[in-house]
Write a protein that binds this ligand. Structure first.
Ligand SMILES: Cc1cc2nc3c(=O)[nH]c(=O)nc-3n(C[C@H](O)[C@H](O)[C@H](O)COP(=O)(O)O)c2cc1C
Length: 190
């Protein structure tokens, strides 16, 4: 599997999450948005993009990166998006206005939602809902357990890339209009 994790990060938290996801997903490059050229996306099977949530959106560097991908440039690529963010509870405790806006915007208050939408617009096939990992303050650190959750999300993405069970030709028609039955010894994956 030809995979890549691309991220932006101001204080290093999203970078740590990106690395944990990359390690669990596949042996693959984990690169900062500013280092990736559109050519490096050629031939990818899987692209995961992450950004800190800043002012309810991805950073401008993350946005610029996706803007640099040509139209339909991710056709046939399986994609997923993540962000780092405050929990809704923390946002409320920091500022009533922030808490209110977060509630008002719902999922649109977070970078991963916008990244996922853009990845799909570019032709990518989303293999998981956008995911957020929580930080305890502007500069972090990540809340307890979030790196472990990032690793299990990466592992889930890896499983989503594997072939999905027997192909239809492993199923034979049932007796006289009966229900189709799986062959007793399915002919392996491939
Ligand atoms: C300018 C700025 C705006 C931010 N706006 C939001 C926000 O709207 N919602 C949120 O949950 N967190 C917000 N944050 C907190 C960031 O999500 C947090 O700094 C980020 O997760 C840390 O990731 P990093 O270490 O990779 O930069 C903001 C942070 C900065 C610096």
């Amino acid at each position: 599997m030809n995979a890549m994790v691309v991220y932006d990060s101001q204080y290093g938290n999203t970078e740590s999450v990106a690395k944990a996801i990359g390690e669990a997903l596949a042996p693959c490059p984990v690169m900062r948005v500013s280092e990736v050229t559109p050519e490096q996306l050629t031939g990818l099977d899987v692209l995961v993009v992450g950004s800190p949530t800043q002012r309810f959106r991805p950073t401008s560097a993350a946005g610029d990166f996706l803007a640099s991908v040509s139209a339909a440039g991710l056709k046939g690529v399986r994609v997923a998006a993540f962000d780092t963010r405050f929990s809704a509870q923390r946002a409320r405790s920091m500022s009533a206005v922030l808490g209110f806006v977060v509630r008002l915007l719902g999922r649109s208050a977070y970078a991963a939602t916008h990244l996922a939408k853009r990845l799909e617009q570019l032709g990518g096939a989303l293999v998981a809902p956008p995911e957020g990992f929580r930080v305890a303050g502007m500069e972090g650190p990540l809340e307890g357990g979030e790196l472990e959750r990032a690793a299990s999300w990466g592992a889930k993405l890896r499983l989503a890339q594997e072939p999905l069970g027997p192909r239809p030709d492993h199923v034979v028609p049932g007796p006289r209009g009966g229900k189709p039955q799986a062959r007793s010894q399915p002919a392996g994956r491939g």
